[in-house]
Design a protein. Structure first.
Length: 212
């Protein structure tokens, strides 16, 4: 099964994708992770994306769609698209791309989390600089402060998880990404999943969708 996972920043897309990879042998294509890897590697793509990401804005569609095209063409097998599409133009481009590659998306899962939860989730989020494992200062702190449980790397706050940038990210979500709910509703692919509660509870809900 191929799925899209979308929702507001802080909805838990990355956390749930990590579980899906582990438990369902699916491959994750996260545009946010791909951009961060490009920035870390100092590639031309990273240089182009960096200023948008640091300001909490969406990276231009031409850059993002090209990157996804390359990634999807690389491998076969079930995948989770995490954080793409993020607007209707990207959703339309994805449809063209999937037709070309003769693959389809089975479900567009919208992870629904009320706005009141998002700020706390994002400002408290910490990530491992080396392996990308995610933590939260209250809900899921690493065992040793500042050290990743998985790989021992440094646990840091993403620049775009700082409060002043989060505001812009949430605005970009409201304006560009939320309309995707209607887009996938019309296509009959939308499934809304309650993204509140424990990681395991949310995963259980997603799992039920995948089994249905
Ligand atoms: P994320 O890790 O999904 O929260 O993404 C981090 C940042 O990467 C976003 O705030 C955007 O600046 C950029 N980004 C990720 N995915 C996309 C996308 N599909 N289109 C445009 N920008 C994106």
């Amino acid at each position: 099964m191929n799925i899209l996972l979308f929702g507001p920043p802080g909805a838990g897309k990355g956390t749930q994708s990590a579980l899906l990879i582990k438990k369902k042998a699916m491959r994750q294509i996260s545009t946010g992770d791909l951009f961060r890897a490009a920035i870390k590697g100092g590639t031309p793509l990273g240089l182009e994306a960096k200023s948008y990401i640091n300001e909490g804005k969406l990276v231009p569609d031409s850059v993002t769609i090209g990157m996804v095209r390359e990634e999807l063409s690389k491998h076969r097998g079930p995948f989770i698209l995490d954080g793409f599409p993020r607007n209707v133009a990207q959703a339309e481009a994805l449809e063209v791309l999937l037709n070309e590659l003769k693959i389809s998306v089975d479900r567009a899962i919208f992870l629904e989390v009320p706005n009141a939860y998002l700020l706390g989730r994002l400002t408290g989020r910490r990530v491992c600089k080396t392996c990308g494992a995610t933590y939260h200062i209250e809900a899921k702190p690493p065992k040793a402060k500042g050290v990743c449980d998985v790989c021992g790397g440094p646990v840091i706050q993403r620049d775009d998880d700082k409060e002043e940038v989060i505001k812009t990210r949430l605005e970009a979500y409201e304006e560009s990404t939320k309309p995707l709910k209607d887009y996938y509703q019309v296509k009959g692919q939308l499934v809304t999943v309650d993204g509140t509660g424990s990681t395991e509870d949310v995963f259980g809900r997603i799992d039920r969708v995948l089994r249905s």
